[in-house]
Design a protein around this ligand. Structure first.
Ligand code: ZN
Ligand code: ZN
Length: 84
């Protein structure tokens, strides 16, 4: 008896949820980057101050620490960021 009248609403429009956003994480600075900027990058390594080429020009993302090439051996498995 009462056939539900066919509602043709669902054919309207057509897809619009996409296309928004993008680039919203551009402003979010990762913690390690703040730390990196706070560190004295390219300063001498305190541990290896007697050695040559002890500039701390490597940053360990795992330890949030800038290290010198001589420190590198203990950070090998860590994700490293090399300056220069
Ligand atoms: Zn060192
Ligand atoms: Zn490390």
């Amino acid at each position: 008896m009462n056939m539900m009248s066919y509602n043709s609403n669902n054919s309207s429009g057509g897809g619009g949820g996409y296309g928004h956003g993008g680039g919203e994480d551009m402003n979010v600075k990762p913690a390690w980057l703040e730390r990196l900027m706070a560190e004295t990058f390219f300063g001498g390594c305190g541990v290896h101050q007697n050695q040559r080429k002890n500039e701390k020009n490597i940053f360990c993302l795992h330890c949030c620490l800038s290290i010198c090439p001589h420190c590198l051996s203990s950070h090998r498995p860590h994700p490293l960021l090399q300056g220069n």
